[in-house]
Design a binder for this molecule. Structure first.
Ligand SMILES: *Cc1c(COP(=O)(O)O)cnc(C)c1O
Length: 395
């Protein structure tokens, strides 16, 4: 069997259609979109068209879309830029304990600059506690940043309800990190009622190194990247034309294929979850069963380490993620699972499986068979497991 990729929450390949649209912008349309000649005008055409594609996908105006160098940059910009712009009104920010490091670490950095941050708790399934949000909102709250869908456990937050609560109880801005949501669920900035929203192309079959921030018209936030007059003088740096063009096509395709994509992934996910739950002992599904990203499954395998599972599955040609890709490498259990109250040992044995458009049911079946083998092998070597089973001969 060919190698199997179950890590689409970390990144996706660039689709053929997207690549084809990008290629001319590396070569004949290589101009700088700020040049005054025909080369520049060709580049501008590509960028303008992509901006309209992104705007249409998110249901906003093209001049509310600002291209950035990544989802991380867009998150940094939304949070730092609004904090700086509004600090005379207050210095309190609200986010959740399960945000992506791009949001969490931007907030932590602002704490060092004298801002105060409330990190909202979540319930056992990974949903932000709305009563806690209501309690946390204050007169001096200037920003609330809550993600649309969690990248580790797939919990889809009630962002529309959150926007209502924020707007009803405060003058705070509302930023949404929608990086995992685009292509999987409908993302409509008007329907949500948010002021800012982050997207990133490489999570929906576009290229890496390109993101965008929606900033509602009329809202002024400070710049993060200072330079030339690009992005209507809000984000300096020569436009990455091929990537921008690729992002435009990728988001249009993602929205057009949303239903078939999520149906396809859901089938794989649900078969995967039910087979693992019925065929592998001592497992626990992390995250919700309802309002979950269609392509996400996350399991804790008791008595063994996620890293060892990952390594052995990799040897079998199956690519998965332990914790989140951003925090793996460290032995800290995932901050998301900890916030959900998963105990440290179970947290260490967790693996995220995230499916995509090119995955098949055969791959799911093959992977489950391999997982059974790997988990059973590792447990035979696990002192914890042998104690549990009453067999101390291997300890
Ligand atoms: C991947 C991801 C990001 C970061 O986007 P990059 O473009 O990789 O910097 C931010 N938030 C979430 C929820 C993500 O999954």
């Amino acid at each position: 069997m060919d190698r199997i990729y179950f890590d689409h929450a970390a990144t996706t390949p660039v689709s053929k259609n997207v690549l084809e649209k990008m290629l001319p912008y590396f070569t004949e349309n290589f101009g700088n979109s700020h040049s005054q000649h025909s080369f520049g005008r060709n580049a501008v055409k590509g960028v303008d068209f992509a901006r309209s594609q992104v705007a249409k996908a998110l249901n906003c105006l093209p001049n509310e879309i600002y291209f950035t160098g990544s989802g991380t940059e867009a998150d940094n910009w939304a949070i730092k830029g609004s904090a700086w712009a509004r600090q005379s009104r207050g210095k309190h920010i609200i986010t959740s304990q399960i945000e992506h490091p791009a949001v969490l670490n931007s907030c932590k950095w602002l704490e060092k600059q004298g801002f105060e941050v409330t990190y909202l708790p979540v319930d056992g399934e990974g949903f932000v506690k709305l009563d806690e949000l209501e309690k946390a909102l204050r007169k001096d709250t200037i920003l609330v940043s809550i993600m649309f869908a969690n990248n580790e456990v797939g919990a889809i937050q009630p962002v529309r309800k959150i926007a209502e609560i924020v707007k009803k109880n405060s003058n705070a801005l509302f930023h949404v990190d929608a990086v995992q949501a685009v292509g999987a669920v409908k993302v409509d900035v008007k329907e949500i009622g948010c002021d800012m929203l982050t997207v990133s192309a490489h999570k929906f079959y576009g290229p890496k190194g390109i993101g965008a921030l929606f900033i509602r018209n009329g809202l002024k936030i400070d710049k993060l990247i200072i330079g030339g007059g690009q992005e209507r003088a809000m984000r300096g740096g020569t436009s990455n034309t091929p990537a921008i063009v690729g992002m435009g096509q990728a988001i249009e395709d993602a929205v057009n294929n949303l239903e078939s994509y999520s149906e396809h992934c859901k089938k794989l996910r649900d078969t995967f979850i039910s087979r693992v739950e019925s065929e592998v002992p001592y497992v626990k599904l992390n995250g919700p069963r309802e309002n979950r990203l269609p392509n996400n499954a996350n399991f804790s395998f008791e008595f063994i380490e996620g890293e060892s599972i990952l390594y052995r599955l990799d040897l079998a040609g199956i690519a998965v993620s332990s914790g989140s890709a951003c925090s793996s490498g460290s032995l800290e259990p995932s901050h998301v699972l900890l916030a959900m109250g998963v105990d440290v040992v179970m947290g260490h044995g967790s693996i995220r499986f995230s499916f995509g458009k090119d995955n098949t049911m055969e791959q799911v079946d093959y992977a489950v068979d391999k997982i059974k083998e790997v988990v059973s092998t590792l447990r035979q070597m696990s002192p914890l497991f042998n104690l549990k089973e009453g067999d101390v001969s291997n300890v």
